[in-house]
Design a binder for this molecule. Structure first.
Ligand code: TXA
Ligand code: MG
Length: 324
């Protein structure tokens, strides 16, 4: 398809709004990962997202809004817990699943009666939502099954090979600072359930709303995008401990790990910051770069455990062939 990349000038934002209004798809930056956007209320444009991403039609999308007032235009069941969560974490990487209002096409939530909403915390995303003055549905801007994009180049690389006469306009917003997708929490139940861990941890949510069900989501039906093999490079990926590194010298591999662990090893490696936020920020770019190296395997040294690593370990588990 045709790819057009624009710096986030006022003119480019105007073009982006026109593009969305005429049913086009837009790549745009958020603080987590880049999104592939269409107007939430335009059923045909929503269909194009599924078609061009190659996404199963039952995998629901997140609607992006400026804040609670806009969210309440498209979801029912916004309660006090939602107010508390929005005050604590919006704008930011927390997605709330509530009931879909009848004005929202069912395709926007993969045919479900629920709808996920989130208020992104990226200046370009917010300018775009202001200018468009309506909700924008956006999955991560990668082809289905591949790794979420954290830069404009990642988005362009995924879509340039797609057979289509359509134009994908991408607004540039620099590398994403969080680097992994938002925390998704289901608030249609009495006890909120975390469907996808993210940088807003179960413990942080618990502090705001009390009890939270944080048991790992395995079933596709609870949240289709959380299938066990997801977020995966095409090169086989294995998770290893640092004391296993020696065994792999001489193999055709690239190692990804905390810089403190991989800096002095003899196998080609990509070092990431040793803290959970820094590791998450660089992880997808490291996976994509490793995938392009033509090696037989990608080895990721397990960076740590504990609640602060939950989201990173979740993604690594889904990307690997030997999930812990
Ligand atoms: O950080 C993010 O959330 C990024 C940026 C662009 O906002 N978006 C993103 O979208 O990661 P996507 O479509 O790649 O992942 C959305 C996840 C999927 O696992 C999907 O199944 C789940 O959220 N989800 C969305 N709506 C849902 C619903 N109504 N019920 C249950 N799960 C839902
Ligand atoms: Mg995705």
């Amino acid at each position: 398809m045709n790819i057009r990349i624009e710096a986030p000038s006022d003119h480019a934002i105007e073009c982006a709004v026109e593009h969305l209004k005429s049913g086009g798809l837009l790549g745009f930056p958020t603080e987590t990962v880049y999104g592939l956007a269409a107007s939430t209320l335009d059923a045909d444009a929503i269909d194009s997202i599924f078609r061009l991403k190659g996404r199963p039609s039952d995998n629901p999308l997140i609607a992006h809004v400026l804040g609670p007032d806009d969210a309440k235009e498209i979801v029912d069941g916004w309660d006090e817990r939602c107010d508390l969560l929005a005050s604590a974490f919006w704008p930011g990487p927390l997605t709330m699943v509530l009931h879909r209002k009848a004005n929202v096409p069912s395709g926007a939530s993969g045919g479900r009666s629920t709808l996920a909403v989130r208020s992104p915390d990226h200046p370009v995303a917010r300018r775009l939502l202001h200018a468009f003055s309506g909700p924008v549905s956006a999955p991560s801007a990668n082809r289905s099954g591949s790794i979420s994009p954290t830069s404009v180049d990642h988005v362009a690389a995924d879509f340039k090979e797609v057979e289509s006469d359509e134009t994908l306009l991408i607004i540039e917003g620099g590398p994403c600072t969080i680097g992994i997708e938002s925390t998704v929490i289901d608030l249609t139940t009495t006890v909120p359930r975390v469907l996808r861990p993210g940088s807003i941890t179960n413990e942080m949510i618990q502090e705001v709303v009390g009890e939270v069900d944080g048991s790992r989501v395995e079933s596709q039906s609870a949240s289709p995008g959380t299938g066990s093999r997801h977020y995966a490079p095409s090169t086989p990926l294995r998770l290893i401990r640092s004391d296993e590194l020696g065994r792999h010298s001489g193999s055709s591999s690239v190692v990804i790990g905390s810089s403190t662990v991989v800096d002095d090893i003899s196998i080609p490696s990509i070092g990431l910051p040793p803290d959970p936020d820094g590791f998450a920020e660089g992880l997808y770019d490291a996976l994509r770069r490793s995938d392009g190296m033509g090696v037989d395997s990608i080895l990721v040294v397990l960076p740590g455990d504990g609640p602060e690593w939950r989201a990173v370990l979740d993604r690594l588990g889904r990307a690997s062939e030997n999930a812990p």
